[in-house]
Write a protein that binds this ligand. Structure first.
Ligand SMILES: Cc1cc2nc3c(=O)[nH]c(=O)nc-3n(C[C@H](O)[C@H](O)[C@H](O)COP(=O)(O)OP(=O)(O)OC[C@H]3O[C@@H](n4cnc5c(N)ncnc54)[C@H](O)[C@@H]3O)c2cc1C
Length: 450
């Protein structure tokens, strides 16, 4: 008979945002975690400067709740909003300004968070330091603190969903009560779940024909060019709306280096966040404002990540109920989406909260299945918020700007709906949701078992 007070042993594949955040949340629920990361160092090779990790209030609230507010404020740039311009403003000497959106203080206070712009690497470092920090709490069964161990340079090459084990490239095998795939959209754990559903992992994610090129320009270099002031002055983030191309810039971290992301049809390279793109950023810009071109010319090495229509897994949990995916492995968003980091932090917070209610390993499948159903519903709403810009929307934004309003605050129904959805997404609290699930369903099942 299993000891009902014994901590569970989780294995997490991947030490990026999903993996490290899940380790923090499970440690707080007094479980043991082994994290296996294929790269030899946190965040992978350092030859490509890291871009911006945008964490909206629903994500930063989780960091604050975990006691990481001072670390966040020490490293991150708190975003004020964004300016919207046309990507290709035509022959006018100045950029074609559509309007400005300031993050509404009421919305932020309702959401209990800030709109935070980290350097990706800084966010990873904060999560890593917190994950490996010794716990103040003891596990009730053996009076030992819960342990988080992170091993780098350990690539998982196969996952056995039935025995809940992983095999490393070295041949070593690790077993746990549950395996969490936090290894991204191309990861081995998502592949294992796709195969269970008879889906071919090689062909199920279909390129849309667009790629995201990303690069970083040090602030010291940008400020030498006063005509580029819009990229580094208030509100320190811009959107460039184009047809078949688009631009996002944001000033990341305390350094406020400018991250430039360009959505372009000019490359079919299936690259990653850590390898240098075959083409230079300046070569894939197409027709754009001179200022945008100038910024692109200042950029260092770029990365190229394809935008794919990713297959949605039927279930984020294996048939055995012992293996699940979280973060981009569960719900791959298009690269650099607004909600990718916050949704990933929410996954982790929910998981940790659910496993604070039980130490019964027999109940792993039940908890995970219900959790996954809930997030999938939330995801559909997020994607609705992210897929925005069209001509009608642009016209509504211009009307608002002309009337001296925030471009998202107007009475036009499409903008109002976007704002309402954003308010709902930002104010989501995964820990409350997990508690509610437990009070309504999980607890009752426990009584029935007794
Ligand atoms: C190095 C890097 C830099 C990034 N920079 C940005 C950025 O600047 N802006 C942005 O918007 N998004 C960025 N992203 C994407 C962003 O991290 C994710 O979209 C989001 O945070 C969800 O993260 P995740 O942890 O689910 O997945 P990911 O961040 O993709 O992490 C997956 C992790 O799993 C590891 N892994 C994969 N396969 C294996 C295996 N077989 N065995 C062991 N480990 C494995 C990977 O090395 C990686 O560390 C970056 C991703 C990476 C990997």
């Amino acid at each position: 008979m299993a000891d009902p007070d014994a901590a569970l042993n989780f294995i997490i594949v991947g030490a990026s945002v999903a993996g490290l955040a899940s380790a923090i949340a499970l440690k707080a629920s007094r479980h043991n975690v082994l994290v296996l990361e294929k790269e030899s160092q946190l965040g992978g090779p350092s030859s490509i400067p890291n871009g911006c990790a945008r964490v909206p209030p629903n994500g930063s609230k989780i960091l604050f709740d975990w006691g990481l507010e001072s670390q966040t404020r020490a490293k991150a740039n708190i975003g004020s909003g964004f300016d919207v311009y046309k990507y290709d403003g035509g022959i006018a000497p100045d950029r074609d300004f559509v309007g400005i959106n300031r993050w509404n203080p009421e919305l932020l206070s309702e959401a209990r968070g800030d709109f935070v712009q980290f350097r990706h690497q800084d966010l990873l470092r904060i999560l890593y330091d917190e994950a490996i920090k010794p716990s103040k709490f003891l596990q009730s069964h053996d009076k030992l603190p819960p342990r988080v161990t992170v091993l780098f340079g350990e690539e998982v090459v196969s996952v056995d969903c039935d025995s809940s084990s992983v095999t490393l490239r070295s041949g070593e095998i690790h077993m746990g009560e549950a395996i969490i795939g936090a290894d991204g959209p191309g990861g081995i754990v998502r592949r294992a779940l796709l195969q269970e559903e008879d889906i071919d992992p090689e062909s199920c994610d279909v390129p849309t024909g667009m790629a995201l090129y990303g690069a970083v320009i040090p602030k010291a270099l940008v400020v030498e060019h006063p005509d580029l002031a819009t990229f580094y002055e208030f509100p320190e983030s811009t959107v460039g709306m184009g047809s078949n191309r688009g631009l996002i810039t944001c000033a990341a971290g305390k350094e406020k280096d400018v991250t430039i992301w360009v959505y372009t049809p000019d490359s079919s390279q299936d690259g990653t966040w850590t390898e240098e793109a075959e083409l230079k950023l300046a070569d894939v810009m197409g027709s754009c404002d001179p200022q945008i071109k100038k910024l692109a010319n200042l950029a260092g090495p770029a990365t190229c990540v394809q935008i794919k229509e990713c297959h949605e897994l039927e279930s984020w949990v294996s048939e055995s109920g012992r293996v699940l995916v979280l973060g981009d492995a569960a719900h791959p968003f298009p690269a650099a989406s607004l909600h990718t980091y916050s949704t990933t932090l929410e996954d982790a917070a929910f998981l940790g909260k659910i496993f604070s209610h039980t130490r019964n390993s027999e109940r792993v499948p039940e908890f995970l299945r219900d959790r996954c159903a809930l997030i999938r519903e939330a995801d559909k709403q997020y994607i609705g918020v992210v897929t925005a810009a069209d001509e009608l929307l642009e016209a509504s934004m211009r009307v608002n700007q002309a009337a001296g309003r925030n471009i998202m605050d107007g009475e036009e129904s499409n903008l109002q709906q976007m704002l309402d959805e954003m308010r709902m997404v930002f104010s989501y609290d995964p820990a409350d949701d997990a508690d509610e699930w437990w009070m309504s369903w999980g607890r009752m099942r426990g009584f029935a078992e007794q």
